[in-house]
Design a protein around this ligand. Sequence first.
Ligand code: FES
Length: 68
Amino acid sequence: MENRIICNCKKVSLSDIENALHSANTMGDVEAAFDDVQKLTHCSTGCGKCHDKIFDIISQFMAGNPVA
Ligand code: FES
């Protein structure tokens, strides 16, 4: 599986985000999960351009459609 970098500033990949989501305890709330993922990976703490992409990934993951 391709493991692309989602956040270039912090070099956070798709699987980093998915792994962080597995340990996030706030499933069902995209914003809370985003905070958890951000704490764990530091994604979206640089330029912020990846914010929407990460939000999207988390929403899809929660909807049961992980962006593989
Ligand atoms: S690409 Fe994620 S903070 Fe810049």
